[in-house]
Design a protein. Structure first.
Ligand code: 6A9
Length: 772
């Protein structure tokens, strides 16, 4: 009956895509339309891997294994591998990359160069160079494993040049046509001896490759000892008996293993058969020449874009900035698959329509996938380096929007991505937002100068989607009063959490009203919507559309007296959220006594639970920190507002927000400063220094220092100090630890959370370049 139909139609809405034509038709990313972007290091989750921008791409990857000491196979980027450092030193996002991986006792340099030609995205080559830390120490036997694998389509044929040496693989796939991968004999290796192993097999999917390799290895192989007098054993690819799989869309894989003493060098060449005018193989001296040309070009372009030498940076600091940018663009991935999503109309999670996503990722080890609000920050840097890459990402993200105007926050696309995420984090809920930071990137791309043809074309395609996205926020994240907003999807369980989290805001455990309710209004979301309204107005002007309603919203949302009425807390001396709130909460161990006659062993163990000592009431939330700064960092506050003076005071106050390493997320004087949220939930956005928000603070200080007003000088002084602090600390952390980090300790400046985290931490390049 009708009731049943109604239910069904509500339930399918969450997985119904927006009706507007896709911004990116499948053809627009094909090797014919965009050959230079077809192949890329689009597998940021592995130490080295390449694939094409196609749904079920043939993939290639690197593994290695030290046969001396405790050997463990390296493949996917894992913090547990304990590498001293790894990451791109140079990568221009398109043509080449140079990475250094510091393993225990030796360094691997992984370089790749692409060469355009033919009709299928051209050729590329890899060069892997292994160097021992100490040339005098006993020879170290290392195995380098190269694999090529299909993902449900295409074929691979191995070719041998002797009984045990794989010399090449020929293959075909839908988008690559036919191709050949060559394995020339390596260079170097003390005693000159090289041992070869290989494996040709099938497995149920790309995320099984590590296991297949690991379980096929036996240490029954012999390699000459370093002095050639005897033989020593090593682990080599042997046999693997795959279970039988139904169907034929499994992964075919060919793995080539080369074992030799360091120092040594291996090259791998991918050649597209449609590339017929090749001068010669991309190896040896030709490889070196092309790589050097790309490096020089990048250095020159980097100098032109960012002017770091002119600003007085030493060459080591310039290299640091170059590495940060390289990891941002070199860490971009291409993913394809379905999210698991759910709305309140679905009894269970449902699969989103499969789609591609070409995006940067926050962290290659821990979060190698797309995050909506992270990407808006990433694009601030990417757009300044290569606007095409930024437009590509924006288009992919906006093509993910559904009919209601929702974009899932965390994009866990396909089985390989899903294999990295604990089950409880997989499902994305339709009522949940994430800050619309894509507007930050758009604002930058659209202001100052003329908009490129590429940009205008994007805007025309994106406009209906942006409109729906904007409306979705207004329809689903609105507050009770006009021009107020409220993040949906806060934690419901008020018994366990010291303060129920607001993951959707991006600021996770940043303190909000202690008792979530419909009365809440969130100042950060209001400011994000002011920004969105401004950018929508600009877009309408550029497209000749009527932007009246966006302009009206922008006026209302930037009206300082209305803002002050809704969000200024005189008691806090800052902007604040409003809601049902009490400061008097604490975590305490629950006391559970056995009931008379109960077996004491059956009493559940005590838990840490929240106790509320004073009932909540409607009031401003007394938390000073990032949220209180939003009207300033998104430049809504007028430069002559006395409130600006008050905020600058807090900012510079070492007992509140100021540290020698950057601005801390929550004031030292705030009741929840560095408090854990549950027994297992350490403080996250309750004190540590985060670089995305620090970028916005530094930028706002700079902008206010350019505007007439009583606080101009003050802003300029703080700008200089904060900029210096951020740069010195991130540079020092990178030098000392080998990485950029997720966040930085407010007492010591040390990097913490996960690493490498070259997502928004790379914004330090823009801080150095003073690009705001
Ligand atoms: C956990 C663990 C193998 C948390 O950078 C991505 C996000 C930010 O958007 C957000 O603002 N990070 C910040 O508060 C990381 C979130 C990771 C959640 C998934 C799964 C898997 O470990």
């Amino acid at each position: 009956g009708y009731g049943h139909y109604k239910k069904w139609s509500l339930a399918v809405r969450v997985v119904t895509l927006h009706p507007a034509p896709l911004i990116l038709t499948p053809n627009s990313t094909s090797p014919a339309a965009a050959p230079h972007l077809f192949w890329g290091s689009y597998r940021p989750q592995v130490y080295l891997g390449m694939k094409t921008r196609s749904p079920r791409s043939v993939v290639t990857g690197l593994m290695w294994l030290s046969q001396s000491g405790s050997s463990s196979l390296r493949h996917t980027c894992e913090q547990g591998d304990g590498l001293e450092r790894y990451g791109w030193l140079m990568h221009d996002g398109v043509n080449f990359g140079v990475q250094e991986i510091k393993d225990k006792g030796f360094t691997l340099r992984t370089e790749f160069v692409k060469r355009p030609g033919g009709r299928h995205g051209g050729d590329w080559s890899w060069r892997i160079t292994g160097t021992p830390d100490d040339p005098a120490s006993p020879a170290r036997l290392v195995s380098v494993l190269f694999y090529v694998a299909t993902d449900g389509q295409g074929s691979l044929t191995p070719h041998m040049d002797s009984r045990d040496r794989l010399s090449s693989v020929t293959g075909t796939s839908e988008e690559l046509g036919t191709f050949t991968i060559h394995f020339p004999r390596p260079e170097g290796g003390a005693s000159g001896h090289v041992s070869y192993n290989h494996l040709v097999t099938v497995c149920p999917g790309l995320h099984h490759i590590t296991d297949v390799v690991r379980s096929s290895m036996r240490d029954r192989f012999n390699h000459p000892a370093a002095d050639s007098s005897t033989k020593r054993r090593y682990f080599g690819l042997d046999t693997y008996q795959p279970p039988s799989y139904p169907g034929s869309d499994h992964t075919h894989i060919v793995i080539h293993q080369v074992s030799m003493y360091l120092p040594a060098q291996v090259e791998i060449l991918f050649e597209s058969d449609s590339f017929t005018q090749r001068q010669g193989p991309l190896s040896g001296a030709a490889f070196t020449t092309e790589l050097e040309t790309h490096k020089r070009n990048m250095e020159e372009r980097f100098r032109e874009r960012f002017h770091l030498e002119e600003k007085g940076f030493m060459s080591e600091q310039v290299s640091f900035a170059q590495a940060a940018l390289s990891n941002m663009v070199g860490g971009m991935g291409y993913f394809y698959g379905s999210s698991l999503v759910q709305s309140r109309h679905n009894p269970e999670p449902v699969a989103y329509p499969p789609a591609p996503l070409h995006t940067a990722v926050p962290s290659r080890s821990f979060f190698p996938r797309g995050f909506l609000w992270d990407e808006g920050f990433h694009l601030l840097l990417i757009a300044r380096w290569d606007p095409t890459l930024a437009w590509q990402s924006l288009a992919h993200w906006l093509d993910l929007i559904n009919a209601d105007g929702w974009i899932p926050r965390e994009q866990i696309l396909g089985p390989e991505a899903r294999s990295k995420v604990p089950a409880e984090f997989v499902v994305q809920w339709e009522e949940n937002a994430n800050p619309p930071t894509l507007f930050l990137a758009l604002r930058q791309l659209l202001t100052g100068g003329t908009v490129s043809a590429e940009g205008l074309q994007f805007l025309r395609g994106a406009f209906p989607r942006l409109q729906t996205w904007y409306d979705w926020f207004n329809n689903t994240q609105n507050g009770l009063l006009p021009y107020t907003y409220r993040w949906r999807g806060r934690d419901r369980d008020t018994l366990r959490f010291l303060n129920p989290k607001t993951l959707t805001s991006g600021l996770d455990d940043y303190p909000r009203a202690s008792h979530p309710s419909d009365d809440e209004r969130h100042v950060d979301l209001r400011c994000w919507m002011a920004l969105a309204s401004e950018v929508m107005t600009t877009i309408c002007e550029l497209l000749g559309e009527d932007g009246g309603r966006y302009k009206a919203s922008h006026m209302a949302l930037t009206d300082n007296s209305r803002l002050d009425k809704l969000h200024w807390s005189e008691r806090l001396g800052a902007y604040a959220d409003y809601g049902n709130h009490t400061q008097n909460v604490a975590l305490e161990w629950e006391r559970i006594r056995p009931t008379p006659g109960q077996d004491p062993r059956s009493v559940p163990p005590p838990r840490l639970i929240r106790v509320v000592r004073k009932p909540p009431k409607l009031q401003f939330v007394g938390a000073l920190g990032y949220v209180s700064l939003f009207p300033f960092i998104l430049e809504i506050l007028s430069p002559d507002s006395p409130k600006l003076g008050r905020l600058l005071d807090h900012l510079r106050d070492a007992d509140r927000l100021w540290t020698p390493y950057g601005i801390r997320s929550l004031s030292k004087s705030s009741p929840l400063f560095l408090q854990r949220n549950t027994e297992h939930d350490p403080p996250y956005w309750r004190g540590p220094i985060w670089i995305n928000i620090n970028y916005l603070v530094v930028r706002a200080l700079y902008r206010y220092s350019q505007m007439e007003g009583p606080y101009r000088e003050r802003a300029l002084g703080l700008y200089r100090e904060l900029r210096t602090n951020l740069i010195s600390n991130l540079y020092r952390q990178y030098k000392e630890s080998g990485f950029l980090w997720e966040q930085y300790n407010d007492q010591t400046g040390r990097g913490q959370g996960c690493h490498p985290f070259t997502g928004w931490s790379s914004l330090i390049v823009l801080v150095m370049a003073e690009e705001f």
